[in-house]
Design a protein around this ligand. Structure first.
Ligand SMILES: NC(=O)c1ccc[n+]([C@@H]2O[C@H](COP(=O)([O-])OP(=O)(O)OC[C@H]3O[C@@H](n4cnc5c(N)ncnc54)[C@H](OP(=O)(O)O)[C@@H]3O)[C@@H](O)[C@H]2O)c1
Length: 303
């Protein structure tokens, strides 16, 4: 199969690209920067200019949409919020237009989304059938992100939306930042630490995308999370255990996080007890359903 991955140069994208290549698929990237000599040839697109290199879509069987400006890269000013949205939403609308105009016969469109869709839901068990959260930029942006996928569905293409949890990898994402404080033998949880963190090992999130590509019975929303989410406080305690460290574990009060990060503090102060009901029902078998084993594995293998 020929697979085009937007944002394929990122954390999930590179891991997924190598997994797909090892399974014999041909992988290309769609990137803001053309690089045809890269490990995976990268064709250029420009979302603001509405440009996609026509060669990128030729003979493409499946599209994986991972592109998106970092949620925690910069404070959420109105212009940064727009950048976060456009990179996820306008990009899908652009791809839908280009698929239609080029007549490309794409079989499936697998899009990232995020567990931020559900908002801050306390102890409640959250499945794919649960409603979107009430308020907040993360909720609104995930809803718009997922709504945009309807443009692709309207073309008769099978579409999957992956509500991804915190991806565990030592290479990028949340974990390297948390590990930094452990270097100084200190760890922290945020607020009262009771908010649930739905996590997923980088291998399992990539394996879920592979399944979504290869299994044409999958469609609609799936929680890309491990079956055992833990509270923020337990997340930190289990990490200390996996590191075999006697670290000083202390809370960082919510108001401190609000002062430091503004509205963006939602990314660490909010949580939801998400379980991957539809993926499990679809027969997906997790390599990692235990957080300590997942931590130990990414640290040992440096993935
Ligand atoms: N990692 C997580 O824990 C996590 C959790 C939930 C959801 N997700 C979502 O899953 C997707 C992939 O995550 P990731 O961790 O692999 O992300 P990542 O490492 O930040 O990579 C995202 C890629 O998107 C492209 N990109 C960045 N800014 C862009 C912009 N302004 N416009 C268009 N493209 C842009 C970049 O590719 P080029 O430079 O090649 O253009 C980048 O490599 C993202 O949409 C993310 O929000 C991730």
């Amino acid at each position: 199969m020929k697979i085009l991955i937007t944002g394929g140069t990122g954390l999930v994208g590179m891991h997924l690209s190598r997994m797909l290549r090892d399974k014999g698929h041909q992988v290309n990237h769609l990137s803001r920067k053309e690089n045809l000599q890269a490990e995976f040839p990268a064709y250029r697109w420009d979302i603001d200019e509405g440009f996609v290199d026509a060669k990128a879509l030729q003979q493409t069987d499946h599209i994986v949409h991972l592109a998106g400006a970092s949620i925690v890269g910069k404070r959420w000013s109105p212009s940064q919020k727009q950048r976060i949205l456009d990179s996820r939403v306008k990009s899908i609308q652009l791809l839908a237009r280009q698929i239609q105009a080029s007549g490309a016969s794409v079989q499936s469109f697998i899009s990232a989304s995020a567990v931020g869709y559900y908002g801050n839901t306390g102890e409640l068990i959250v499945t794919e059938a649960s409603p979107a959260g009430d308020s907040g930029f993360l909720v609104e942006s995930c809803e718009l992100w997922e709504q945009a996928v309807e443009d692709v569905v309207a073309l008769g293409i099978r579409a999957v939306r992956m509500r991804i949890g915190i991806v565990l990898s030592v290479l990028d994402g949340a974990l390297p930042k948390i590990l930094l404080s452990f270097k100084a033998n200190a760890g922290t949880w945020f607020g009262d630490g009771s908010q649930y963190y739905p996590w997923i090992h980088i291998d399992d999130v990539a394996r879920m995308f592979v399944k979504a590509i290869e299994d044409d019975t999958l469609h609609g929303a799936y929680n890309a999370t491990a079956p055992n989410p833990v509270s923020n406080k337990d997340f930190v305690k289990i990490l200390a255990k996996a590191l075999d460290k006697k670290a000083l574990l202390v809370p960082t009060p919510a108001f401190v996080m609000r002062m430091a990060m503004g509205e963006m503090a939602d990314t660490v102060l909010h949580g939801s007890r998400v379980i991957p009901e539809r993926m499990t029902d679809a027969g997906f078998e997790f390599k990692f359903d235990d957080l300590e084993a997942a931590f130990r594995d990414v640290i040992r293998r440096k993935v």
